[in-house]
Write a protein that binds this ligand. Structure first.
Ligand code: F6R
Length: 270
């Protein structure tokens, strides 16, 4: 399934993935990017912005679809994923804001008890991605519990975009964005499903630090199981896992992954 690339640090990962994204955009100016929030992809976005500027790459036709959004958080809240995507991706790279979408665009803090709004939002997002021609390159982080998007352990591996309840572990991990206050972290979200994510043409999973080592090992070398939703990536024909030494710490086949990277034919991209 996956090519596993072990890099020195987040910066090297950012360079590698940004180069791949830049090449995609140069060959397909209306490329569709799948965007993750969180810490892991930040260097990718910064390096891509650098390449866009240095090489005068036209990104005016590029569109983006984010993975997820918290519920019952106003879109204007600085930690909403609408605000985060604008601050860390759209503004940094210079994308057209009209072409960058986040699940639940229309929900804007709507009550979770608004059944009609909640039910309709997920399917509408999946239809929008399809209408755009599908995601060319999906950037992913991974939760310490093995989630991708906010598909927590036990999620259907065939799921579309829908409302999910965040795991306690995820809320604890993300409390750092809310002044360390767990009570401030939303309890629910809308997230692309595993089935949605698997439709993207190229998946790039980023993970750094020892805290991700168990989740990375379960994803790459464990059985395909809803207990580790990211393991569903094994079913996809084009996945690149870019990790640092610490995140690779629990993998068994490290020597082979390094051998593959060191002996890669020049014509092969990630
Ligand atoms: C973010 C997302 C999550 C994060 C994951 C890792 O849009 O969908 O799956 O990618 O929680 O977060 P970081 O990178 O902050 O460790």
């Amino acid at each position: 399934m996956a090519e596993v690339v072990i890099v020195k640090n987040e910066d090297e990962a950012g360079e590698l993935v940004a180069q791949c994204a830049a090449t995609l955009i140069e060959s397909k100016p209306d490329a569709v990017l799948g965007l993750a929030t969180g810490s892991s992809p930040l260097k990718v976005y910064r390096h891509l912005a650098g390449r866009v500027k240095a090489n005068h790459i036209d990104v005016s036709q590029v569109s983006g679809y984010a993975l997820d959004e918290y519920l019952e958080l106003p879109l204007t809240h600085p930690e909403s994923y609408h605000a985060t995507i604008k601050r860390t991706v759209t503004d940094v790279i210079g994308l057209d804001p009209q072409k960058v979408h986040v699940p639940g665009d229309a929900l804007n803090g709507a009550s979770m008890n608004d059944a009609k709004a909640m039910r309709g939002a997920g399917a509408a997002y999946d239809r929008a991605i399809e209408a755009a021609g599908g995601v060319d390159m999906q950037i992913l982080g991974i939760g310490t519990d093995g989630h991708v998007g906010f598909n927590e352990p036990g999620s259907s591996l065939a799921s579309g975009t829908r409302i999910k309840t965040l795991a306690r572990q995820t809320r604890v991990d993300n409390a750092r964005f809310f002044g360390g206050n767990l009570d401030e972290v939303p309890t629910h979200c809308i997230t692309q499903g595993i089935g949605t994510i698997l439709k993207a043409r190229h998946l790039v999973l980023l993970a750094f630090g020892a805290g991700k080592a168990n989740a990375v090992a379960a994803t790459v070398e464990g059985p395909v199981s809803a207990s580790c939703p990211a393991s569903a990536l094994q079913l996809h024909p084009h996945v690149t896992v870019v990790i640092d030494e610490a995140a690779a710490g629990k993998l068994h086949n490290v020597d082979y992954y390094r051998w593959v990277t060191d002996n890669k034919p020049d014509w092969q991209d990630i």
